[in-house]
Every structure is written in C-alpha cells, then in structure tokens.
Design a protein. Structure first.
Length: 291
C-alpha cells in the first residue's frame, strides 16, 4: 500500500455539503454541488473562471447532458436545465422528508440516481435508473444513504455504496436487461471500511479498474484494486470528504469535494473546499446523460 501526493486547494470555499465532482470535457470544467445550499458550481481550471447555478431545491448531483445542459438530482425528483435555458422535470415524485443524493451516468447514457431520507431512516431511500426519455426503474428499493456509483472500464461491473453498510458493493451488469435497459445482479462486497476509518461516500473508477472512495469522517480517499485490496491512501486536510472524480484535459488529476457541516472551522479551515491531487492516476472518460 502506498500514499502519494498531497491535496491542493482548487477552490477555497465554505460549502455546507459539497458533493459530486464531475469533469465535463465538452466545456473543460469541473462541476460540483453544494447540496444544502442548492448550488451547482463550475470551475474552468485553465482560466480559473467560476460559475454558479442556483437551483430551487437541494441538489444532490449535477451531470452534463449530450445537449450541453445539466441533469440534476433534486429534492423532488430529477430534472434538466437545457443549454438554451429553462427547466423541465424528467421525473417528479415529491416525498416529504426525502431528497435526491448522489447520482452517476452509466456507459449507456442513463442516469442512476439515489435518494435518502433527511433523517437517514434505514431503508428510506432508493437507487433508480432513469432512461434518457425519463422512464424510471427502481433498482434498489430499500437503501439508507445512497451514495457513490460507478462502472468498471469494460462496463461489466457496477460499484455502489450505501454508506451505513460500510461497504463498497459490486454488481454484475447485464446490458440486455429487458425494456428497462441495463440490469444488475449478484450484489456482493468488494471491500469493507473498518470502524474508526470513516464511512464510504462517493466513488470513482480509474483506467486500471481500481475504485477510489471518499471517506466521510475519515479525512481520506482510498483506492481499492478490482480484487478488493487496499493499495493507496490519500490523506485529506478536511475530515468530511464526500466524493472524488478525475478531471483535467488528460484526466490525471483527482478532484475531491468536502463538507463544512458538523466541523469546527477553526480546526478544519479547508472543510467545504474543493481540493485536487494533480497527477494522481488515470481516470476514465465519463459519459454525458443522453436525455
């Protein structure tokens, strides 16, 4: 096992609950959200230019679309901000006390979107697949804090985190999964985060097929091999690391989001900032939502 490099500050911020970093190659920007502040942030590393989109509801994730807009996982469902402006719902299903959380775009261009209860009631959340036409299929009907989702380089495996389980789970992917599209089966643990090391949160998969996972209350990001062996740890100068994603024009820099909520700013001044580890590895191109 090895530890490499030290995170640098990409954006000094005070995000209440920073989440969901995503590289958008079409615009050369890094997207991330502040869930509880209802903001989608953008950073163009080449110029340093920043953008902010205010959403009307807490936003768990924002991903680029093939049309140049954004698909967002909001409190009451999933919607799209088209490039030309405006907003439309893809799936609108308000449930009191429930909100959207992390989400990811699969190799086939569908969005896999998670939900959770505000009170984190066990089994109160879901993981669902949204096809580009908005058709929603519930894949996991009873999860607690739906978080990181990602796919192996060949698309045959899907990785997933329901944070309170302390596990990174792996599924087999069946591309011809019937009218609902890709189906998954064979859920099993890839790795278990030991007590005291934090809780698994967002994840990403690199070109070697290794899984990088952010550790909430663990102040670190870990990389696990496809066999589940821990082979790298990156210490982070903020305790609540929420997610990670490769970015930059060559996808070799890994960006880390962090949360300020529940921390002591005098002891953790970088909590809530967007951090980056240059040259951390080789990421995979992330597909845009095809809707």
């Amino acid at each position: 096992m090895s530890a490499r490099r030290t995170p640098e500050v990409a954006v000094r911020a005070e995000a209440v609950l920073g989440e969901g970093p995503t590289w958008d190659p079409a615009t050369g920007r890094l997207l991330w959200v502040d869930i509880l502040s209802s903001r989608v942030h953008g950073l163009h590393p080449a110029s340093g230019r920043r953008t902010v989109l205010a959403t009307e509801q807490p936003v768990g994730a924002a991903k680029p679309t093939t049309g140049g807009g954004l698909v967002v996982n909001l409190r009451d469902g999933v919607g799209v901000y088209p490039r030309e402006g405006g907003f439309r719902w893809l799936h609108h299903d308000p449930q009191p006390g429930r909100r959207g959380n992390d989400a990811a775009v699969a190799p086939d261009g569908a969005l896999w979107a998670g939900t959770m209860r505000d009170d984190e009631r066990p089994g109160g959340g879901t993981l669902a697949r949204l096809a580009p036409d908005g058709t929603r299929t519930t894949v996991l009907p009873s999860v607690t804090v739906s978080n990181g989702t990602g796919w192996s380089p060949d698309g045959r495996l899907m990785y997933y985190v329901d944070s309170p389980t302390r596990r990174i789970d792996v599924f087999d992917v069946h591309p011809d999964g019937g009218p609902a599209g890709a189906a998954v089966s064979g859920r099993r643990p890839l790795a278990v985060i030991e007590p005291g090391a934090g809780w698994p949160d967002g994840l990403t998969v690199d070109a070697d097929g290794c899984v990088w996972v952010a550790l909430w209350d663990g102040g670190a990001v870990r990389r696990y091999t496809p066999e589940g062996r821990l082979d790298r740890v990156v210490s982070v100068p903020a305790p609540r690391v929420t997610a990670c994603a490769f970015g930059g024009p060559d996808l070799t820099d890994i960006y880390l989001t962090t949360a300020r909520i529940g921390t002591d700013p005098s002891r953790c001044p970088l909590a809530g900032s967007l951090l980056v580890v240059p040259g951390a590895g080789q990421g995979l191109p992330q597909p845009a939502f095809a809707g």
